[in-house]
Write a protein that binds this ligand. Structure first.
Ligand code: DQA
Length: 145
């Protein structure tokens, strides 16, 4: 399984803690990886501030990864190349956000990722990470991969 983290998520813990909390991305990755490991899955993680790096990671995942959890950061709202890369990925995809973008500024209300996601988890802070992996495991098992 693959956890993808988009731009500025490397600053979690320091970045707008009143919105995103004080836990770091490594804290979230660890909590997510524990849930995967308990179910017998390995969870790889990649964070990048570059759209193309994330697109290439999704391409590579096509051959090797059962499912993807992605918090695309601000790319959520405009990165059609990420949309297209995920559309070409056969396994389940869960879109994850710490905050609830629908309850924030108008420009965050639209996601170009949601149409190619099987589910969206948003607004639960760091709890969303283990929940997203738990949900992904259910979808991977249901898909027989
Ligand atoms: C985010 C929400 C996005 O709107 C924002 O640009 C982020 C983080 C979240 O996890 O709440 O960088 O994806």
């Amino acid at each position: 399984m693959l956890l993808l983290s988009g731009p500025n998520l490397d600053l979690l813990g320091q970045r707008e803690p009143e919105i995103y909390g004080t836990a770091t991305l490594e804290d979230h990755r660890r909590a997510a990886a524990e849930v995967a490991a308990e179910a017998g899955y390995d969870l790889q993680h990649l964070q990048s501030n570059r759209e193309g790096v994330l697109v290439e990671a999704i391409h590579a995942a096509r051959a090797t990864v059962a499912g993807i959890v992605i918090n695309p950061g601000a790319l959520t709202h405009y990165a059609w190349s990420l949309h297209d890369a995920l559309a070409a990925f056969a396994g389940p995809v869960i879109e994850l956000h710490l905050s609830n973008p629908a309850a924030r500024e108008a420009w965050r209300h639209h996601s170009v990722i949601s149409p190619v996601a099987d589910a969206v988890i948003a607004g639960l802070g760091g709890d969303g990470y283990p929940l997203a992996v738990h949900a992904l495991i259910q979808l991977v098992r249901a898909s027989g991969r």
